[in-house]
Design a protein around this ligand. Structure first.
Ligand SMILES: [Zn+2]
Length: 428
């Protein structure tokens, strides 16, 4: 009886569970749409055209059951007809977020001016949503540029926090917007061949971008991570999303709600890339990993130096210097690793004279620039150098280990031939 009961119970429990499992299978993908109501409005000045495009975008989303987040650039809202378009997005069940008022480039704009513009966009959208009982939760940086100085990065983060907006990242960054003008021109010229060519190029580019960022995210996290796709509210999208969404479904994606996707812990990982260009989240997180690894490696080099010195191994100690390293001290400039070793040998003839060394990092600044990704986009580069201000302390080998001498040193590290080498040392 018990077995039968359990079997019945498990059927009751398993059947709905299996149904849930089926609907929950597939990799979650959040679709986000920038520059609402219509991107590159100058190409679509007529209200009827804008409404037709919006209906096309919403129809594709509906056909594939996509719960999207649309990011509104308020300067794109030209009048009551455009408010109607935003109304249509809400009525279709999508969420709207802030994409600023004037779509300013943060790199070219002082923080105060930029924040005032983002706040102007927030105020307008919040007032619009408030009348409909909907909240405003998300902000998307125009061109994904989050700040080209520490101060600007911090200023926007503090503002977003204080105003209750969350930075909605992108993981599949792409150039979908660049196909809009050629698409519209081909269609207006009734050049079907040209339009078909643009459509093929659009899909090819998106496929490459999806594959690239999928690989990048999975390698970074060691698992199939959810993705956030960036699209724009434009005519090429209205015509091509249906086909794009079908391809994504075939690839194993499941269109997911923003709350489900953002619940993945990867979206809580801190990142603070400072730079002039904008990037997707995976590039930012990879950059964090590179930064952390470089810091660890350089700390390990300093530990090795402490140990080499403290066991009387001068050759080991200078081994980390570049062949042509320059060493500056109050006594003058020494160039070359060999010369440096000779100098140390004279100043510290034996282990007794050397004593025990400790190095404490007081200030650490990594150096990294931009690289070009396989898609031809700029991306954060590897850490190629670092400058370190450290306090060195020498203690007596025996006895009470009292401090014999102490001072400061400025070390400049470069990654040469796969290893960290000191190229400059200024000790005082
Ligand atoms: Zn934008």
């Amino acid at each position: 009886v018990t077995w039968v009961l359990l079997a019945v119970l498990s059927m009751v429990l398993v059947v709905p569970g299996a149904a849930l499992g089926a609907s929950a299978s597939g990799r979650p993908l959040l679709v986000t749409v920038d520059d609402l109501p219509i991107a590159v409005g100058s190409l679509h000045p007529e209200a009827a055209d804008r409404e037709r495009l919006t209906r096309g975008l919403l129809a594709a989303l509906e056909r594939h059951d996509v719960p999207a987040v649309g990011l509104v650039t308020w300067r794109n809202v030209h009048g009551p007809e455009d408010l109607e378009l935003l109304e249509m997005w809400l009525a279709a069940g999508h969420e709207l977020g802030n994409h600023s008022y004037g779509h300013l480039n943060y790199t070219a704009t002082p923080a105060e001016e930029y924040i005032a513009d983002v706040e102007a966009g927030r105020r307008e959208l919040a007032a619009f949503l408030d009348g409909r009982g909907v909240g405003l939760r998300f902000f998307r940086f125009p061109m994904l540029r989050e700040g080209d100085s520490e101060a600007k990065l911090e200023a926007m983060r503090a503002y977003l926090e204080a105003s209750g907006q969350r930075n909605l990242p992108v993981t599949i960054d792409n150039q979908d917007w660049s196909y809009e003008r050629p698409w519209v021109e081909a269609r207006r010229a009734a050049d079907e061949e040209a339009a078909a060519r643009v459509a093929e190029a659009y899909h090819e580019a998106l496929h490459v971008s999806v594959r690239h960022h999928e690989h990048q995210g999975d390698r970074l996290l060691g698992r199939a991570v959810p993705q956030i796709l960036l699209l724009h509210a434009n005519a090429v999208g209205a015509a091509q999303w249906d086909r794009l969404f079908s391809w994504l479904e075939k690839r194993g994606y499941r269109f997911a709600h923003v709350d489900e996707v953002l619940a993945d812990p990867v979206f809580a990982e801190p990142h603070r890339f400072v730079g002039s260009r904008g990037f997707g989240l995976w590039d930012r997180l990879i950059h964090e990993r590179w930064q952390a690894a470089a810091r660890q490696e350089i700390e390990a080099v300093l530990r090795d130096q402490e140990q080499a010195w403290s066991r009387g191994d001068l050759e080991g100690f200078v081994g980390v210097y570049a062949e042509d390293a320059a060493f500056a001290s109050p006594k003058g400039l020494t160039t070359g690793r060999g010369t440096l070793l000779e100098r140390y040998r004279q100043a510290y003839p034996d282990r007794q004279a050397m004593g025990l060394l400790s190095l404490e990092i007081l200030d650490y600044r990594p150096a990294s620039g931009l690289e070009v990704s396989m898609l031809g986009d700029a991306r954060p580069g590897q850490v190629h150098g670092a400058s370190v201000v450290a306090r060195w302390t020498l203690r007596a080998l025996e006895g009470d280990e009292e401090e014999v001498d102490s001072g400061l040193t400025l070390l400049v590290f470069r990654r040469l031939g796969g290893a960290w080498r000191i190229v400059h040392d200024a000790s005082m």
